[in-house]
Design a protein around this ligand. Structure first.
Ligand SMILES: Nc1ncnc2c1ncn2[C@@H]1O[C@H](COP(=O)(O)OP(=O)(O)O)[C@@H](O)[C@H]1O
Ligand SMILES: [Mg+2]
Length: 215
């Protein structure tokens, strides 16, 4: 990624690559006058831009699309900190509860014009990649402040999102939440059953390269 070229193109005074995303996409944090913008480029970015425009149009908290083009997207900064940042130990139960609240609010939206890539009954608007780095929390109030990375958003089974977050909290990527007990607490806060067999079922699909190659 040519950072100087991006700065010239968008009139930004600084450009800093964001490391640690799990997808094939590249993300760059841009400063332009007194605003912060995020540039994202990758193979399914047209799908993500369509979904983000739809989601922000509902009023749901998420980045706003500032500009888009062929497989790239420029968005406003989402406020808060993502759930994969280090949180003080005393805040972590509230952060898990906020992750659950945000998911319930998403699942309460009425129908989206997209389908989840996961199989299952298309009951609710699902995120499709509801993992800790994609969920934002206000560090002062500890309330849910929004979500991003919505390229797989669509009508699906709510347990697809519960499964992906269960994996994110229990697989060692975010050990601060206490692994399996933290993941189970999240599912209970949502109002779900941590022993539902759909949790391991959707984790298995999400982990399967052949599943993703087939969708
Ligand atoms: N609009 C935004 N506002 C705030 N942070 C962002 C924004 N876009 C991206 N980020 C940061 O960059 C990280 C990676 O972006 P994301 O869209 O999740 O890419 P990936 O598909 O690689 O996971 C996010 O977890 C978040 O910390
Ligand atoms: Mg992400």
């Amino acid at each position: 990624m040519d950072l100087q070229h991006l700065m010239d193109r968008f009139g930004a005074s600084s450009a800093e690559p964001v490391l640690g995303g799990h997808s094939e996409a590249s993300v760059v944090r841009l400063e332009r006058r007194n605003e912060v913008l995020y540039y994202k480029q990758g193979i399914i970015l047209n799908d993500e831009a369509d979904r983000l425009e739809w989601l922000s149009g509902t009023g749901f908290p998420c980045p706003q699309v500032v500009d888009r083009g062929n497989n790239w997207l420029l968005t406003t900064e989402l406020s808060g900190r993502d759930a994969s940042d280090d949180w003080p130990a005393t805040d972590r139960p509230a952060v898990l509860a906020a992750i659950a609240t945000g998911l319930r609010e998403l699942h309460a939206l009425s129908e989206a014009p997209f389908s989840s890539p996961f199989p299952g009954k298309p009951e609710v608007v699902t995120h499709g990649d509801y993992a800790a780095p994609n969920v934002f929390i206000d560090p002062v109030t500890l309330q849910f402040s929004g979500m991003l990375d919505v390229g797989k958003l669509g009508m699906g089974d709510p347990y697809a999102d519960l499964g992906v977050m269960y994996k994110s909290l229990s697989n060692g990527m975010n050990p601060q939440y206490g692994l399996v007990p933290g993941a189970r607490f999240f599912v209970e806060q949502y109002g779900g059953d941590p022993d539902d067999p759909r949790i391991p079922y959707y984790i298995g699909l999400d982990d399967s390269e052949s599943f993703w190659a087939s969708v």
